[in-house]
Design a protein around this ligand. Sequence first.
Ligand SMILES: *Cc1c(COP(=O)(O)O)cnc(C)c1O
Length: 497
Amino acid sequence: MEYISTRGLSPAVSAQEAILAGPAPDGGLYLPETIPALDAGELKALGSARYEDAANLILRKYLSEDAFPAPELRKAVSDAYARFDGPEPVFIRAYDDGLSVLELWHGPTCAFKDMALQLFPRLLPLCRKAVPGREDEESWIVTATSGDTGKAALEGFRDQPGIRVFVFYPAGGVSAVQELQMRTQEGNNVCVTAVKGNFDDAQTGVKKLFRDESLAKTLGKENVRLSSANSINWGRLLPQIVYYAYASAKISQNGEPVDFVVPTGNFGNILAGCIARRMGCPVGKLVCASNENRVLTDFFETGVYDRRREFRKTASPSMDILISSNLERLLFLESGGDAERVRDWMERLNAEGYYRIPVEMRKRLSETFGCGSASDRDAFEAIRKAFSEKGMLIDPHTAVGLFVLEKRRSGAGSGRKTVLVSTASPFKFAPDVLFALTGEKEDGFRALDRLSEISALQIPEPLDGLRTRPVRFSGVCEKEGMADVLLAAAARAPMES
Ligand SMILES: *Cc1c(COP(=O)(O)O)cnc(C)c1O
């Protein structure tokens, strides 16, 4: 299968090339030339498949047997999900009659990013092997994080051969638990550094590293290439299609479509649902739930994407985003592959800060997408309601989804079976969840303990275990000093294997 760029100016490439590249050279994002369809037999098989079998079935539709031989692919999938707790990597819990909650956070970092970031690093070596000239090189994954992604990348790439990972986070800009999660990271190929500055400074710094020609030259001598684990990489989107295929097949009765409500930031999670629907899975409406940074909800309501607004810091920080990169893929798909138009919209967004899609296109989108937004106050109310009425503890991101969902149900709901996509463990955001439930203000492990006490739930081991794990990284650098962190690593002995 060939992959093409949403901006139409780069040549088509193989899956392995698309995954190694990240964004396309023309600045667009890779998508398969056609979305493969599942046949009736495969859809039926999904209804009773184990998660790993579902993953192998879906991945095979996109990855060739030549580059990704079945035993290797099977091993990558099985290794990726071995570190999740429970009989299956995802949990489907009944909330009430028509509503199920799909929990995607039972992996090693307690957020849904693990679904992709455990598998993606295990696909990279297969990609390198399949592309001439790339097999012997070392990839250095460099990431700036506001909290969740950095930790998930560290866990996913740790001890992977031929890979090193460097994470930069804003000093004082992440929660105490998130910081501890990163500073205690294990593995012989990881490096964590705090940057004196905010998230934008760290992000801008990383972008500069990728453009730094002298750095590229120095690293090139060591056969090292910089690479990113950003959510616009096709290799991160692909594993996410699996849980929509799996959950819709399990929940649907007689092929009836199932609606999904998705707490959304960069539009990666929900886009995977859209692709599953295009493959023929019984996915009905996809509801995009925004926090107070409601740029996507406004887009679906008005047809105008406008990032010219104030950035809000909310209790659902992983959704605090004003430029939802993966929306570009939806625009490409919904415009029938009109790369010229996509290019025009993206240029406008860049130059003027907004663009507008035609009315017919917005109307068509509203047949398959819903939307809604929630303030922190709304989300806290949903946290209280879920706990007092259903005994279910949810995190602030998932709560944004629940609030939007309840509002839709009280209006003219579809009456269809619905799935709320749950994206993080409530313990990962314990201070806010505790405050929402009781009004108590506790920080760090005190908040985790109190939450465990009132919910009678155990603190997940990856978070509880942080209390005794030694701190391995306490480095801090200036904004201008990020390249030196990489150069210092290059000067040391090559990575021990
Ligand atoms: C990343 C993240 C999201 C947003 O997902 P997107 O793919 O960026 O839309 C929602 N909730 C949590 C907990 C996350 O970590």
